[in-house]
Design a protein. Structure first.
Length: 520
């Protein structure tokens, strides 16, 4: 079990003087129990104190006082030299220097590819590229100040500047330059092509099987039907870029990934602990749901302003990232995120309720099991819950159906690109009968004049057989958990339908068997 790095120091405090000879037994103790004192056994007492503090320096000056950080800086500068990142020169009079203090795979793509890998029982491999932004080539001439504390001067005593040959982290061009270098190597040398659904997903289909590669800056995940083909791609990547082979995928973007015989389990348990530690809430009991009722939140209310707006925004941002593996939190995090500019005490209470829910669901995560690939969507809208913007029931439900169908079509395109066939037509379930009727009935003209023309593409997709829109009773509308607060019993039922579950005993036992002796 990993923990935050701490520096601990233990010291032995002065001990009380201990006589060389045992004192006489206290005759006032008349009970029959034989104690150390009565037996004349005396051991010296040792008093210990432990002080733990974070070993992460707060600024550059504090870092330069520690050898480990100085060594790290020198190692980084040596990497710049090996990579020929810059050359030292005098600054031209007509130029000025810059100080220095991309496309990335989407979370929904990550979840989809992991689910496909579980379904097909494919191997998952992870590599990490070293000094990733140093691999990008620059097309512009850029001058930069030298790193503070490591300046070089010319013969006249004037400080030289760095003329960049290659990209460097901190540059606006760096992420795009790195992605272009990676994409060029994958497409020109390794035979991949970028997906149209997600530019950071690369696909290759050849005689040795199908391979999928996801790139998130320096973190790369490879999966496919052939383990030998994956090994070959890793070797070729290593010949081009300096990287670390992380072997089997276990930890990616702060997500713990556990593969078992039953499927795959995604968890952000450590991240949840960081959120709770940052919030520093004590004495709060766990709750069954993230929100007990719908608070009437507005941008400016009469309640007291939040004491720490920075903490509020930081926590809400962290909770948004947590929704990658906790879709049961999506609605309850989305509401307070709408009031980041000037949060009040009422907004802070909503966040605290979500945190108290996390206390009781620390071990929960997203579970993928083996099975067939079916594309199913649920469409719903929370009618008139917003005080600031209210629409009619049918209009809001129809707009929601429009967005849902767009997402389903995107998924369908992604699955087609990675050659995952669908045995059945995608189905979208909606609990509003008027909306279901409008999606397939051409006679509802006068009743929907206020709905924009572009939202009627849903009807086109239904009529040409691309999708189906069916009715589902409100009691079985799973996405109610994503649109409104619901009773605890229904919340637990729908949370399970989203595959958000705790780590079960089977997963725990399999993970325990994999751990090395002495590992906790």
């Amino acid at each position: 079990m990993q923990s935050l790095p701490t520096a601990s120091s233990s010291s032995v405090l002065p001990q009380p003087a201990v006589k060389s000879c045992a004192p006489s037994v206290d005759t006032r103790n008349s009970h029959a129990m034989v104690t150390r004192s009565k037996a004349g056994i005396f051991k010296p007492k040792v008093y210990l104190t432990t002080v733990a503090c974070s070993d992460v320096p707060v600024d550059k000056h504090a870092a330069m006082k520690h050898k480990c950080w100085v060594d790290a800086v020198h190692a980084e500068l040596q990497a710049f030299e090996r990579n020929n990142t810059w050359i030292l020169c005098s600054l031209p009079s007509y130029r000025r220097t810059i100080g220095y203090k991309c496309p990335m795979v989407h979370a929904v793509t990550i979840r989809t590819i992991l689910a496909i890998a579980v379904m097909k029982k494919w191997q998952l491999r992870q590599v990490d590229v070293n000094n990733v932004f140093l691999n990008g080539e620059l097309t512009e001439e850029i001058f930069m100040d030298q790193p503070p504390g490591f300046e070089v001067f010319d013969s006249s005593g004037q400080k030289l500047v760095c003329c960049l040959n290659k990209a460097l982290y901190g540059l606006r061009q760096a992420p795009c330059a790195w992605f272009h270098a990676l994409k060029q190597f994958l497409t020109d040398v390794l035979g991949f092509h970028a997906s149209h659904a997600d530019l950071s997903l690369f696909v290759r289909t050849s005689f040795d099987g199908q391979l999928l590669l996801m790139a998130y800056v320096d973190d790369i995940v490879i999966t496919g039907s052939s383990g030998a083909a994956i090994d070959s791609v890793v070797r070729q990547l290593h010949s081009k870029f300096a990287l670390k082979d992380m072997s089997r995928l276990n930890f990616f973007l702060g997500i713990e990934i556990h593969t078992t015989s039953q499927g795959m389990y995604l968890s952000q348990r450590k991240y949840v602990k960081e959120i709770l530690a940052k919030a520093n809430i004590t004495g709060v009991a766990a709750t069954l749901t993230p929100m007990v009722c719908m608070p009437k939140l507005v941008a400016f209310d009469e309640s007291q302003a939040c004491l720490d707006g920075h903490l509020y925004r930081s926590l809400v941002g962290m909770l948004q990232y947590l929704c990658i593996t906790r879709p049961d939190l999506s609605f309850y995090v989305n509401k307070p995120s709408q009031y980041m500019n000037s949060p009040s005490d009422s907004h802070w209470k909503v966040v605290k309720r979500v945190l108290s829910y996390l206390i009781g669901t620390l071990e929960y995560g997203l579970c993928y099991s083996h099975g067939q690939c079916k594309l199913v969507g649920y469409s719903d809208a929370d009618w008139a819950s917003s005080i600031e913007d209210r629409r009619s029931t049918t209009e809001e439900e129809y707009r929601s159906l429009d967005y849902c169908v767009s997402e389903v079509l995107w998924f369908k395109q992604l699955l087609a690109e990675i050659r995952v066939g669908l045995e059945q037509t995608p189905v979208v379930w909606c609990d509003n009968t008027s909306t279901v009727s409008m999606s397939a009935n051409l006679t509802h003209h006068t009743r929907v004049k206020h709905v924009e023309i572009d939202h009627h593409f849903v009807r086109e997709k239904v009529l040409d057989g691309t999708i189906q829109v069916n009715y589902v009773p409100s009691a079985n509308q799973v996405v109610d958990i994503l649109t409104k607060p619901i009773p605890p019993k229904q919340f637990v039922e729908f949370r399970h339908a989203l595959q958000v579950t705790p780590v079960n005993t089977v997963v725990r036992s399999e993970l325990q068997k994999r751990k090395e002796p002495g590992e906790c």
